[in-house]
Design a protein. Sequence first.
Length: 284
Amino acid sequence: MKKEQHSDIETTPRTAKSCQPLHYFVDESGDGVLFDRRGRPLVLAEGWPQYFMVGLLDVADPEALQQDMDDLRRRLLADPYFSGVPSMKPEAGKTALAFHAKDDVSEVRREVYSLLLRHDLRFTAVVKRMRVVLNYVTSRNQSDPTYRYHPDELYDLTVRRLFQQRLHAHDAYDIWFARRNKSDRTRILADTLISVRDRFCEKNKLPAQSRIDVRSAYLADNSGLQAVDYFLWALQRAYERGEDRFVRLVWEKIALVQDVDDTREKPYGRYYTEKRPLTVEALK
């Protein structure tokens, strides 16, 4: 993938006591796969995701969030109102195990969003447009027949963009990545983040002294990952379906959305912030 372009907008992490790490939770939405088995572009097929996004949730108190999420799930599962809901049954392996926005019914989603709004959270995301990725890969293949695209390439590129100004201002970072399959890329992601930190610090003549601890977990085992999934789902609804009511609901918790392929105004993309909210109209 092409080298990331840097913006003139800097993202500053939350202020916190230096003796305590910042807690980041990272997940993805969309699908980085470009071609089917016959080499046909999937992004051109009806209903295929047009956007790929990686989100980061900065959680001030992960233990309190875990406790509240566990308590909420127990309360909902004990509520007779949900007794006949398939996704609430343990054998379904969905809401009974973890909150997952695409699987949860609307009443559950409303409860989860209400809970998230009570916590000290900050969400940041990077959005890639899959047709732009397809155009790049097609062009690259024409100039270099040996080049082979892999979805991990897109994921890693997006992660680098997401973290490029977020690993230098604090003593330590505790970072959890959502694990989607049996493949464990924790070591690769840790090396990627260290490289991002070192390059940024070298460029800005800063000491690269922050400690970066990287771990991975399945969604069902980590409430922070369930929370970032909910933010990504709201963002995905705005981009894929033109429905921004969920983004508007949690916008007070969203620090920055980088739509890096929307180059109508700047070569590094369009940034949505507190002063410039993301709306369906803004995406047109």
